[in-house]
Design a protein around this ligand. Structure first.
Ligand SMILES: [Zn+2]
Length: 402
């Protein structure tokens, strides 16, 4: 049903509106903040589009947004109060402590709420990164002196940041970092991957990993706060440009003390989308855990984009394995986990999604014909465009290079 609009109304924080998205389409949205635009003497509102990821949140001219007609808002209000009635009737857990004390989960919830409040509005809208100008997606906790810059300049060698083009040019003259400060573990074609171990007192590594996290947070809605980066290793994928210079295109981090998790955060910078780098890094994360003899998986929850990439990887791996087992009647989930190095939960989700679960047993799958496998490959389990070549990976367990 087309939205009915009333152009005469003003907006309040927390209220509903119809705002134009990046493609000029009016969508239902919630007003998160307001500000005056001195030059144009108009008001701008910061909106979140209902049902869409936070990365689409944006400042928009209030004059171009519209408010719902009253009768529409009334329907929404009635729906909301009905939901509240239902929620009120749900049994609530008994409090273990008196009213002035908070349980641990309540404290965590409070911290999460405060974090959510502080980070709900993007602080930096544009970032100049190497030769790219990128629109940011999320808040990042950069220091106060650059927090309110419309455009941030970031070095695409060392991730140094500053607030002006002249400063960045001066930095590029003295920036000596030609590659990530770690060990080269993989090279094929124009791709090189480095392992950067943050457990060091080396100031170059410390600054590099801190600045890398700040930059990647602009494209990642992750509530994790890195209190101590020394617990992590970073696997940075670089693409060589036409002059042979290495440009960081993405990375994943891994917490060293949690071997069951082979990946904490995965980010491919938007300038390098559609190269297959996300799936290549996922392949690498599993190859590393397999070499340590581990069955592992990524930390949860996954972002919407992360889950899509993982689903494709897991489906491809399962289908690829089944091709070598077409003579078998059934295959246990346990066997698939061991053969692929993927944890039980992720294998189960995948075979359920592919509709392969054995109707008589929930711990096994039924094998299917090659034709059916081809069909699934085409629809849900396409082979990655970039495949990791394990023979080129110079890495063995415990972070030692071969
Ligand atoms: Zn630099």
């Amino acid at each position: 049903m087309p939205h009915q609009i009333d152009p005469s109304c003003s907006f309040t924080e927390g209220g509903d509106c119809l705002a134009k998205d990046a493609f000029g389409v009016h969508r239902e949205a919630q007003v998160l903040a307001k500000r005056g635009n001195e030059n144009a003497q108009t008001e701008e509102i910061y909106v979140h589009f209902n049902g869409f990821d936070k990365r689409w949140d944006r400042w928009t001219n209030a004059g171009q947004a519209r408010k719902f007609r009253k009768h529409y808002a009334k329907i929404r209000k009635e729906e909301k109060s009905e939901k509240e009635d239902v929620d009120d009737k749900r049994p609530r857990p008994k409090r273990q402590l008196d009213d002035h004390q908070l349980t641990l989960s309540e404290v965590e919830e409070k911290i999460r709420d405060q974090h959510e409040q502080r980070t709900r509005i993007k602080n930096i809208q544009l970032v100049h990164f190497g030769e790219w100008e990128l629109e940011t997606w999320y808040y990042s906790p950069y220091p106060e002196e650059v927090q309110h810059e419309k455009k941030l300049f970031v070095c695409d060698r060392c991730f140094y940041y500053c607030n002006g083009e002249r400063r960045m040019r001066a930095h590029l003259h003295i920036c000596k970092l030609m590659a990530p400060p770690g060990r080269k573990i993989y090279a094929e074609g124009n791709i090189t991957i480095f392992e950067v171990n943050a457990d060091t007192e080396d100031p170059v590594v410390k600054t590099y990993t801190q600045c890398l996290c700040l930059f990647s947070k602009l494209f990642m809605d992750n509530k994790t706060i890195y209190f101590d980066l020394r617990e992590y290793s970073f696997y940075v994928l670089c693409q060589s440009d036409s002059s042979g210079n290495l440009r960081p295109a993405g990375y994943f981090s891994k917490q060293k003390m949690e071997p069951q998790h082979n990946l904490s955060c995965l980010v491919v910078f938007p300038a390098y989308f559609r190269h297959g780098y996300g799936l290549l890094l996922i392949q690498l994360s599993y190859e590393l855990s397999r070499r340590e003899g581990l069955i592992a998986g990524p930390e949860k929850p996954l972002s919407e984009l992360g889950l899509a990439s993982y689903r494709r990887y897991w489906s491809w791996m399962v289908i690829d394995l089944l091709r070598s087992m077409t003579d078998r009647q059934t295959i246990g989930i346990d066997e698939i986990c061991v053969r692929l190095g993927i944890i039980d939960e992720d294998v189960r989700d995948t075979v359920f999604d592919l509709d392969l679960i054995d109707p008589k047993r929930d711990d096994a799958i039924s094998t299917i014909s090659t034709r059916q496998l081809d069909d699934l490959s085409e629809k849900k389990a396409k082979k990655p465009s970039l495949l990791l070549n394990p023979k080129l990976l110079k890495w063995r367990g415990n972070g030692k290079k071969t």
